[in-house]
Structure formats: C-alpha cells, structure tokens
Design a protein around this ligand. Sequence first.
Ligand SMILES: O=c1ccn([C@@H]2O[C@H](COP(=O)(O)OP(=O)(O)O[C@H]3O[C@H](CO)[C@@H](O)[C@H](O)[C@H]3O)[C@@H](O)[C@H]2O)c(=O)[nH]1
Ligand SMILES: [Mn+2]
Length: 855
Amino acid sequence: MSTSGILCGYACRLIVLLRFIALAFFLSWRVRNPNRDAMWLWGMSVICEIWFAFSWILDQMPKLKPINRSTDLEALKDKFEMPSAENPLGRSDLPGVDFFVSTADPEKEPPLVTANTVLSILAVDYPVEKVACYISDDGGSLLTFEALAEAASFARNWVPFCRKHGIEPRNPESYFSTKGDPTKNQVRQDFVKDRRRMKREYDEYKVRINSLPDVIRRRSDACNAREEIKAKRAQMDRGIDLFEKIDIPKATWMADATHWPGTWGFPSKDHSRGDHAGIIQVMLRPPSSEPVQGGSDSENLIDAQDVDIRLPMLVYVSREKRPGYDHNKKAGAMNALVRASAIMSNGPFILNLDCDHYIYNSLAVREGMCFMLGSGGENICYVQFPQRFEGIDPRDRYANHNTVFFDGNMRALDGLQGPMYVGTGCMFRRVALYGFDPPLARKYCSWCCCCCGDVDHQSIANAAEDEETEMMDAQLLRKPKRFGGSEVLLESIPKAEKEGQPLAGQAGVRRGRRPGLLTADREPLSTALVAEAISAISCWYEDKTEWGQSVGWIYGSVTEDVVTGYRMHNRGWHSVYCITKRDAFRGTAPINLTDRLHQVLRWATGSVEIFFSRNNGLLSSPHMKFLQRIAYLNVGIYPFTSVFLLVYCFLPALSLFSNQFIVQTLNTVFLIYLLVITITLCLLAVLEVKWSGITLEEWWRNEQFWLIGGTSAHLAAVLQGLLKVVAGIDISFTLTSKSAAEDETDEFADLYVFKWTSLMIPPLTIMMVNLIAIAVAFARTIYSSSPEWSKLLGGTFFSVWVLLHLYPFAKGLMGRRGRTPTIIYVWAGLISITISLLWVAISNPLASLSSGFQL
Ligand SMILES: O=c1ccn([C@@H]2O[C@H](COP(=O)(O)OP(=O)(O)O[C@H]3O[C@H](CO)[C@@H](O)[C@H](O)[C@H]3O)[C@@H](O)[C@H]2O)c(=O)[nH]1
Ligand SMILES: [Mn+2]
C-alpha cells in the first residue's frame, strides 16, 4: 500500500466528516426555518435534500477504506517455472485456466469480433497446456461456427508470430489497426518480413470470414437443390407423378457435406432459435505437455524454428435449447460451459469474457493468478479486472467509460470485501462458482463444532490435513443431486479445489498444494468424455438441481453478474480488483444516446429487482462485512433517487414561475451553509479525482450523465419495478432491435444515431420547462414596477445548473453536427422567448397584483 493511498484515505474521511456535519447543520436549519409563504416548495425541497443526504452517505461510506494494490509478476515466475527438485524439467506448476467466451447473436455480435477475441485467448501468455478456450454460441449458428474454425486455422500462424515477436495486443484486428510505429522495441531482423506476411494472411482471413454468409447460403442452396433432384429421381423410379409436390426440408450444409445440427438459415422444427440440439466440437485438441518447435519458413508462413507452436485446446459449445425450457440467457449459457469444461479440462480457474471484449494485455492472467496463488489466496473467489472500452468519442459525451465507477467505487470496494462482479473480464475460482464456502468460513464452522462437542484436541490437530477435504465431501454428500447427474462432474470438484490452492510452504499458507503437483501430464480427451459433456449441456440437465439457485451463475435477474458476485461475498469469500498498468481487457460499448439510455435502464432495472429480492444488502449474512453490505444496499437503492431528482430538477423552474424560493429570504446563514456545502462538495470531487486518477472532465461527464440517466432510465426502472412488485404487471421499456448505422467516413457515426424513445420525455420536459421559466421570470422582473433581481438571480442560477447537466442530452437530441442548420435552433429560441413574453404580457395584471400583495 502506498503512502498516498493512506493519506488519501484519511483526507477522504476528514472531508466526508466535514460534509456530513455541514449537511446535518444545513438540514436542521432548513427544518427549523420553514418558508411560510410557500410551504409546498419548502417541503418538497427539504424532503429531497433529506433523501440526497441519505443516498450520498450510502454512496460515500464504502469509500472510507481505500487501498492501493500491486502485483509482483517476477516473484511468480520464480515460484512456478524454475527447475527444482520436484520439477526438474522446469515444467509449469501453474493451475489451468478455462476461458469462456459468450456470444449469442451473429447479427449483433459479428462473428469476426468473436473470432478475434478467441485469437487473443489462444495467444495468451500462459503455459499453453494449461489453457482451454470454450465458446458458448447461444445462437447455434453455422456462421459463428465456421468463423471460429477459420480462427483456429489462422491461429497456427498468428500464435507463433505473437510468441516470436512479443506482439501486444494479440487480437489481430486491434494489433494491425494500432497507430504508431510497429517496429518499436522490435529487435529481430525478420520482424518486418514476418509482419508483412502476417498482415496479408490476416486480410485474407478477414475476407474469408466476411464472405461466410454468402458461401454458406450458396453451398446450402446447391446441396438442397441436389437433394431435391435426388428425391425427384427416386420418385420417378418408383413411378410416381413427377409434378406431385415433394417436401424436402431445407437444410444448412457444412463444408463436409453433412447437415448443420444447430439453427438453420430457414428456421424449422429442431433447427431454430430456442429449439435445437446441443453441439460440442473440439476445434483444437489439447496440446502435448512438452514444447513443440516449429519449422523454417520454407514450409511455414514465418520462420518458427525457436518458437513453441503448440496451440491451446479450443472447444465450440452450443447448448441444447427446447421450447418450454427457460434458457436463462447468459447465466444459463455460462453454467452449461462450467459443466462442459469441468468434464473436459477442469481448470481450477475460469476467466469469462463477453465476445466483444478481448485480451489487451496477454500477461494480465498471470497477474490475476498472483492474487489467487498468493497467501490468503484460498479465500479469493474472483479477481475482477476493470472494463475498458474502445471506439468511444474522445469527449466521452455520455460517460461511456464509466471511470467514476471503475476507478472510484470499485477500487474503494477493494479495500473492503472486494469489488462487485461486472459480467466480463473476471477470473473465478471454480469451487467458489460451485457455491462452496471459503476455507475461512469452513474453519470458523469447524472451530465452533469443536467447542460445543467433547472432542480430543490432539486428534483434531492431526486431522487438520484432511479436515477441509472432508468438509467439502460433507457438503457434497449432503445434497447429492445439487450438481445434477454427471459422475465425472462430481469427481472433478475436489480435484479442482485441490489444484486451485496456493503453493504450500509460502508464508501464511496454512494448507497448500504440494509443489510439482501440477507438472503432471493432462489426461487425454476421450470421446466418452465429450459424450458426457454433451449430456451435461442438455436442457433437462438442470432439472431438480441447484444450478442457477446456489450453484454457478445465478438465474432470474437482468443483471445476473451483480447477484452472482453478491452470493459469493455473502458466503464470506473475498474478491480482488486488479488494475494492471496496461489494460487487461478491452471491449466495446454502445455510444449513441438511445442505446446508452437502454443500457442504463437495464442496469437500473436489475438494481430495483435486487432491492425487492432476497439479494438486498439488508438481508445479507453475517459473513458480509458491514461496509460491503452498505455498498450492496446502495446498488439496490440508487435508482430510487431518480424520483427526488426529478422533483429537484423542476423546483428551480417552479420557483421562478411562482416568484418564490425554497427559503423565505436569502439571508446570510443560508448562504454560508450553501457555500460550505458547495466547497466540501468540490473538495471531495477533487480528492476523488486525485485518488482514482480520473480527470475532472471525466468526473463532470459522469455527473451530467447521472442526471440524464437519473431522470430518464432510472425513473423508468423504478416504475417498471414497482408495477411488477405491487401489481404484478410486467412491462418492458426496452427497445426491440438495434439498427447499426453504416457510415464509412465517420469513426463515431454511431454516436449521432438518433432513435426516439419514450425515455427521453422527462429530461426533455425538464429542459423545456426550465428554459421557459427563465424567460418568464426574466420578463416579469423587467416589467415589474419593483424588480426583485436577487430572487431572479437565485432562481436562474439553479435553473442554469440543471440545464448545464442536460447539455450532452440536448446535443444528443440534435443528432449529427451540421445536418440541422443552426438557424433552426436560433428560430426555435426566438419563438419560445416571444411566446413566453406574450404569456407574461397577457397575465401581467395578475403578476403585478401578486407582487403588489407582497409589498
Ligand atoms: O441469451 C444470451 C444473451 C446474452 N449472452 C451473452 O452475454 C453477453 C452480454 O450480453 P449483452 O446483452 O450484450 O449485455 P451488455 O449490456 O453488452 O453487457 C453488460 O451487462 C451485462 C448484464 O449486466 C453483463 O452480463 C455483461 O458482461 C456486461 O458487459 C454477450 O457476450 C452475449 O453474447 C448470451 O450468451 N446468451
Ligand atoms: Mn456487450
């Protein structure tokens, strides 16, 4: 931990305390001094302020114990890869990692993107025999399958190339489009030649993948026509009328002239989305345990004579889907992979990536492993890496980077029990996913058993070695059907537990794995095992088991990720936030306003669901730390702030219209309180910015989007959630499809795509009402016989404050720059001001009457 971390921690606490005191004083003063002229205005603002104070505290409390982490990659290298007595060959003693990639829809998630993600995994800098890559294709489409097959064959050149020249990143698309000098840090003479050849090969591969839809369609048409002719011939031979219609179901054909069992281009029974067989295809067999050197460049694309050319195991999985079964979306897909991988490779660690996220730093996995295998590692359920995004407009208009969340909140949680699981870029301990308790909690449990029972203490000490395995066996035995019917799966569980333990003999490791345990050869993959895996991905496998309830990814939430992480923390597991110097993973995010709002809506809906479920932070177990509990409570509560936010955004306008203010008079006490509140707010923002390393601009974007999202998406989520809970009505605000704008000339074309959604109504109304209010108040003050400029200034200030937050929203509404001439906006402004003036002029007698009253 660095000094600055500690200092910041204390400074943070100090400022939080200051602001807390200021808030308390402010509120009590506000309550003691009601505005008797406009009680409604006063009451509304006080209620809002109380709620804001409460939600502010919820948000800040988890930030009180910040820490800074660092990893020691060199130490890990020494520990696990040097020749030793137990490991004379210097074979890797690292545990296996199973990589999961999820893809669902080739329309929205282009197969090329998925294929390149897979390439970045195949080339990861980790002992190759310890890596297995599983792709879950929820679309079951031949398109994805063949794109992956292309990737597997392209990998034969790509992976040696990456290893030979230390390429970063190892996603070819990203590598070849990186700006800057590719020869930087390259020392080998043949780099330029290799790169040129590789680039050419990559372009060809890309063209092959891009032509796949066409190729598959033409191939299938030809095969189907041939089948039809065959059938007609057979008909003729049997002497049946040639013109009688024969019905041959159209099929999708693979290159080897067999039917594709997954979904077909022409959906039919047994071959459509939500109705098809389970498929497992081993695309790359598990590699040998010893390195294999490549050949010279006379026989290969590049000279790989001193490079290990082995490739990790690669498996394509498409789980079985049938009508009448709930497939539980991503969570269901992940659970199918957990089972299939347990049977086929059983890596003690699982790293999951969405198909649009790829490995940007091929050493990051090792860094994560440092935590898992260091002392105390046995209590870590997952290592979450921050989500970083590409292709977002440089000004990050809609706060898509989410830096305040990823560099502030998540890092703060790291000082408590650990960051939340955010769905991608996360390395799990397999047994934590299986729903077991961490050794910490198990120890505690056995300790209290000893105290109650009359047990010989010596024998307990002797039995310490087997104690934990027995605990696990006991947990397994208690609920035999917990994991479903696969024996192989059951047997794999204790093995995964054992292999995931830290190395024995390190300081602080009570019971670890014996050095050299993991240097043995992997068992070969048999067809029987693949068959077992296929039965484990069938749709009935989970019937009457605890998959999705307490085992694996948890079902029944739109944000399954938060819930899955919550359940682990609730058992007492710890998690770790691993921010690597070079981004570990990178992905894409929706960048136009509409898609962004819908994303936020989904997260907020998930949060409301969590609030009304048993995963609410209030109901957590005693294993959950207090501040962690507050953080999870906050996750469930934040959308409700939107209600008060909405009121608060209208208040300045209402006060301008009514010529009243939230306080009776703008006296010194009120202004001083306001000043203190504002200054502490600024200080806290600056401190947060300093501590988390984000820029002030990013912080401000985040504030802006917090208001935009708060008054639109969060509000919709709360309504949706309340309707569901109170009235049982299930409505959905989500948009059906996403039409990507094709625009070659502009990198950020998607940013300007404008699709109307009802979510935009509240912020739009706020904007209009505040604008009109300013105009009205301004006109009234000008025409008034005794103008009250201070009141106008006060009201206008708050109104402008609201409007400033909405600026990105207004920009988003306008769509692309330059398409709508600016004069239109000038006219619109002119007209609305004139109308307001007119309105004031008409109602002027009334206004002068009321101001006359006040005097
Ligand atoms: O039936 C499904 C639906 C989705 N997915 C996959 O799940 C991932 C995420 O789904 P998506 O609908 O694209 O959600 P996003 O908004 O892009 O994802 C964010 O939010 C999700 C829910 O909080 C998290 O699970 C993700 O990791 C996080 O990146 C993608 O890889 C999909 O291929 C499936 O495998 N099967
Ligand atoms: Mn995504």
